[in-house]
Design a protein around this ligand. Structure first.
Ligand code: NI
Length: 377
């Protein structure tokens, strides 16, 4: 199995495709599943797919659970120097989604081979477009995962050695919101500021004040952040511009903090703009919610990891986003970190994962899925 998964992983690594372009990737996964007699559901997804496995163990029908891998790559030019490096210029599996796909495919094959040992149904999602926060919603919209009682997934972790698994109860990845603001004054000659309304001082004041959302409005014991990442105003030295623009992101782990951050943001931007005599047009886009791990599933994962010879450690929080959270809305979810070795962080052009981590991780998800089904019976 390790050999088969490594071969598959290297194929996927050589053929990366970005979000919603994963046609070859989907074809490869479908072929592999179908060649083993595993049913692929008619989901209507253009890329990505949902497979279904039925246990044939003795006893009454057991519940449905979900297992999810993401399959998309990034628009990054690979510099890993690997013999199986990307053959698609400017595109790279720099976040290990090739590993996720191979690992969960391995779990699907093993669950299928061992189908007489368990009962119930496992829906296996190979999700497109995680990096652009689209795929999770697209899969949800098929309605095919509505009957899943819980969802399981994992992510590569470059900072952790092969053979380790990061697990932690509660929020582990952030809810991600994006803002875009235009402050509108009235342009004029730089020599006659009193003839217009300059949006630039308002911009400066707003940028400073926004940092008080975290530092003054929120409990200092929990992580959250406001980052302004793009600012624009004016085009030359002697003209006061009509508008000033900025955008950025707010990241929170707690749902109440998420609401509070948006409310304070609107108050600060609106109030400061008014004080400077400019208007503010605020665009607010809610991205995926925080990834929150179910405590019971974490306990189960630790036990199963031990049985599979994996060493568990405390998963680190990150303020990054993961649309796995979409699956875990209103039902238990578990998102673990898989130690995959390597020196460079995810999204780096020299990012690598050690294929030796494939089989242990696939075995872990196989055993975990069976343990979940036994519990849910
Ligand atoms: Ni990723």
């Amino acid at each position: 199995m390790q050999g088969r998964l490594t071969e598959l992983f290297k194929w996927l690594h050589r053929h990366p495709e970005t979000g919603l372009q994963e046609h070859e990737t989907t074809r490869k996964i479908r072929e592999t599943l179908e060649s083993h007699g595993i049913e692929v559901l008619d989901s209507g997804l253009a890329t990505g797919l949902i497979a279904v496995l039925h246990g044939e163990g003795e006893g009454r029908a057991a519940p449905v659970i979900g297992l999810r891998a993401d399959i998309d790559a990034l628009p990054v030019a690979e510099e890993s120097g690997l013999p199986y490096a990307s053959e698609n210029p400017g595109c790279m599996h720099a976040c290990g989604h090739d590993f996720h796909a191979a690992c969960i495919l391995g779990a699907a094959l093993m669950l299928h081979e061992r189908r007489r040992e368990w009962r119930g149904t496992v829906k296996v999602v190979f999700q497109p477009a995680e990096e652009i926060d689209r795929g999770g919603l697209l899969v949800m919209q098929t309605g095919l995962t509505d009957d899943c009682r819980l969802f399981l997934a994992g992510h590569t972790s470059a900072g952790m050695p092969v053979g380790t698994l990061g697990v932690k109860e509660g929020p582990v990845m952030a809810a991600v919101d994006r803002f875009e603001v235009t402050l509108r004054g009235s342009g004029c000659h730089a020599a006659h500021p009193h003839k217009g309304v300059d949006p630039v001082p308002a911009l400066g004041a707003v940028l400073q004040s926004l940092q008080t959302i975290v530092s003054r409005s929120m409990d200092p014991f929990a992580p959250r952040l406001v980052s302004v990442t793009h600012v624009e105003a004016g085009s030359t030295w002697n003209v006061i511009p009509e508008t000033a623009f900025f955008e950025g992101t707010v990241r929170t782990l707690d749902a109440a903090d998420r609401e509070l951050a948006e409310r304070r943001f609107r108050e600060i931007v609106g109030g400061t703009a008014a004080a400077y005599g400019v208007t503010a047009q605020i665009g607010w886009t809610r991205g995926s919610p925080a990834v929150v791990n179910d405590a019971g599933l974490c306990a189960l994962a630790r036990r199963v990891a031990g049985e599979c010879g994996l060493l568990t450690c405390l998963q680190e929080n990150t303020m990054g986003a993961e649309d796995f959270s979409r699956y875990a809305q209103g039902r238990p979810g578990l998102f673990v970190r898989i130690g995959t070795g390597g020196t460079y962080p995810a999204h780096h052009p020299k990012f690598t994962v050690d294929p030796q981590a494939l089989y242990p991780a696939a075995q872990f998800f196989t055993e975990l899925a069976m343990a979940c089904l036994r519990l849910e019976e």
